[in-house]
Every structure is written in structure tokens, then in C-alpha cells.
Design a protein around this ligand. Structure first.
Ligand SMILES: NC(=O)c1ccc[n+]([C@@H]2O[C@H](COP(=O)([O-])OP(=O)(O)OC[C@H]3O[C@@H](n4cnc5c(N)ncnc54)[C@H](OP(=O)(O)O)[C@@H]3O)[C@@H](O)[C@H]2O)c1
Length: 306
């Protein structure tokens, strides 16, 4: 099954799970892993909110989901803009009473690591701050038993994250910016799990590494010679496909065996040990508080309130 073209739900062993009556938001589902995960959750019966910036691509995913008989809609939001993230959260609240699955998947490796309007390095803003903001704004909408699934990367192991250097750093490469944003993803998902638990919300939070998917949009933006090597590796039966990567997302979103598992980091549907820096409680707390500060928002799930 691994490396085959079987759909993500079959690879994840959840093809018999019925998500009818459930709702899911998959960010970054106009292409790649998010698109494959959104289509898969739709096939399992969930009503899916598709997100990205490319309207034509988003509407095409919606059509494909609806052709399978389930409801879907596309909401555009640019994750460089906090107002757009808030508008996405508003649109979700307007279209569903409760959200059962939130897949924080949008992101990538970007050539431009200049500062966004918040004075934050762009990759960190798109890959970490916006999912943090979106999750915070959707917390009241998450149903009991909901699952938050964050697409991180093994790249988190190659990073350090100093919270006093979040502005664009002279000489910071795209890859270094990417790695630290992915460390933030695992730290965020772990800290979210800890705070959801303390608040007794009955909502889980896990992160994952989807594999290195040769030929994906993401892989094409890796520094040379990685894309060329990736194309070669893509010919081998050991390579991860888009379906393999999406399968871990779908597994965490739908499998009964992980319904109560929280604070984990997964790869190829198995729980793995992330870098210790990603699960350090003091570091998680600092990232949480600093992220709220940067966004000018009240700290969600503040420890004093739980
Ligand atoms: N592919 C891999 O090998 C790999 C490995 C490890 C981790 N990952 C992670 O997997 C996730 C998905 O990657 P992928 O390979 O599927 O890449 P992809 O095909 O490039 O998809 C990225 C998605 O994110 C959205 N996105 C990008 N920038 C955005 C922005 N500023 N605002 C809103 N949406 C934005 C894109 O939407 P629009 O184009 O419509 O804006 C697209 O839907 C990412 O978080 C990536 O870091 C991928």
C-alpha cells in the first residue's frame, strides 16, 4: 500500500469511517497534500471547507468533492494578512455550527523572507502565526471530540527558534526560515494539546511529518539539487506520494484509534519522538504567549483562565 496510488483513506485504514454530519476545514487545500486530504475527507462524508489563495484551484477541489455527493465550499485567505485569517474564521463560523476537524496545513518554503506588516519574517508568519491565529479564533467553534491536525515537517529537527529574532534576519536562508517555522508548528501543536487538556475541552491536537514528496510544489521549491534528486528518488518504490503524505493527515483526522491521542508527532501514521526542543514546556509557553503578543490578541486558553 505504501508508495501505491491507493487513496489516503485506504492507506490510513479509515476507508470504513463515516464522517457524515462532520465538518472539516483543510487549510492549503488548493493543491498538494491539503488537496488530497480534503478530497479524502469529502469521500468519507465530511462537509469540507477548502482554503487557499487560488480561487480557480479551490473551486475545482470543491467541484470534485461535491461530485462525490458531499458539501464543500472554498474560502480564500492570504496567510500573510491577519485580517484575511479573521475573515476565514468568520466564514467558517457562518457556514458551520461546529467544526470537527481543523487541518492546519497551508504553508511552504518561500523565496522571500522579508518582513510582513506585523514586522515578522514572512515564512514564520505564514507557516506558524496564521495557523495559531486561525486556531485561536476557531476555538469556540471546535466541537467536543474535535481534532486539530498540524502539518509540520522533519525539517523541525534542523532548527533553533529564538523568540527575540522573529523579524527577517539578514542572511537567513529560505530553508533556515522554513525549518524554524516547522519547529514552531510542532511546538504549537504540543502546547495547544497541553492547554486543551488543562481546559478539559475534549479536543485533540497532533502534528505530523508528511514525508518528502518528490515532485510536489513544495519539493520543487527546495534549494538545488534537492528537486532534481527528488525527481530521481520519485522513480523509486520507497518515495512518498502525495497520497502517502495526506494519509497521515487523514489518519489523525479520522482514525478511531487516535481519537483520544493528543500532543503527539506522527510520520507514516506512527507516533514518533520529535526533537526535544519541540516539546519543551517552557519553550512552548513562550511561543504561545509571544505569538499572541505579535498578533495583538488576547492569549487563547490562557493558563490563568483554566
Ligand atoms: N511536500 C513535501 O514534501 C512536504 C514535506 C514536509 C512538509 N510539508 C508541508 O506540507 C504542507 C503542504 O505542502 P504541499 O507540499 O502540499 O505544498 P503545496 O502543494 O505548495 O500546497 C501549499 C498550500 O498552501 C497554500 N498556501 C501557500 N501560501 C499561502 C498563503 N500565503 N496564504 C494562504 N495559503 C497559502 C497554497 O494555496 P494557494 O496556492 O492557493 O495560495 C496551497 O494550497 C506545508 O505546510 C509544507 O510545509 C510538505
Amino acid at each position: 500500500m505504501f508508495g501505491s496510488e491507493a487513496p489516503p483513506e485506504a492507506k490510513a485504514g479509515v476507508e470504513d469511517v463515516d464522517l457524515s454530519g462532520r465538518t472539516a476545514l483543510v487549510t492549503g487545500s488548493t493543491s498538494g497534500l491539503g488537496r488530497a486530504a480534503a478530497l479524502s475527507l469529502g469521500r468519507l462524508g465530511a462537509e469540507v471547507i477548502v482554503h487557499g489563495r487560488d480561487e480557480a484551484a479551490g473551486e475545482a477541489v470543491v467541484e470534485e468533492i461535491e461530485a462525490g455527493g458531499t458539501e464543500a465550499r472554498f474560502v480564500a485567505a492570504d496567510f500573510e494578512r491577519p485580517a484575511a485569517v479573521s475573515a476565514l474564521a468568520d466564514a467558517v463560523r457562518e457556514s458551520v455550527d461546529e467544526l470537527d476537524v481543523l487541518c492546519n496545513n497551508a504553508g511552504g518554503l518561500f523565496d522571500d523572507n522579508s518582513e510582513t506588516a506585523l514586522g515578522v519574517e514572512r515564512t514564520f508568519h505564514i507557516n506558524h502565526l496564521s495557523p495559531y491565529q486561525l486556531t485561536a479564533e476557531l476555538l469556540p467553534t471546535l466541537a467536543p471530540g474535535a481534532r486539530v491536525v498540524t502539518t509540520a515537517s522533519v525539517a523541525h529537527r534542523f532548527a533553533t527558534l529564538e523568540l527575540d529574532d522573529l523579524a527577517a534576519l539578514t542572511g537567513l536562508s529560505s530553508w533556515a526560515a522554513y525549518c524554524r517555522s516547522k519547529l514552531a508548528n510542532v511546538r504549537f501543536a504540543t502546547e495547544l494539546a497541553r492547554r486543551l487538556d488543562a481546559a478539559d475541552r475534549g479536543v485533540t491536537s497532533n502534528s505530523l511529518h508528511p514525508g518528502i514528496v518528490p515532485g510536489s510544489e513544495f519539493s520543487r521549491t527546495l534549494p538545488a539539487p534537492a528537486p532534481q534528486l527528488g525527481e530521481l528518488v520519485g522513480e523509486l518504490p520507497v518515495a512518498d506520494s502525495v497520497e502517502d503524505g495526506a494519509a497521515t493527515i487523514v489518519y489523525l483526522a479520522a482514525a478511531a484509534e487516535v481519537a483520544d491521542v493528543t500532543g503527539g508527532y506522527f510520520a507514516r501514521r506512527r507516533r514518533r519522538q520529535p526533537d526535544p526542543d519541540a516539546t519543551d514546556v517552557a519553550a512552548g509557553r513562550r511561543l504561545w504567549e509571544r505569538s499572541a503578543d505579535l498578533l495583538g490578541m488576547d492569549e487563547p486558553l490562557a493558563e490563568a483562565d483554566v
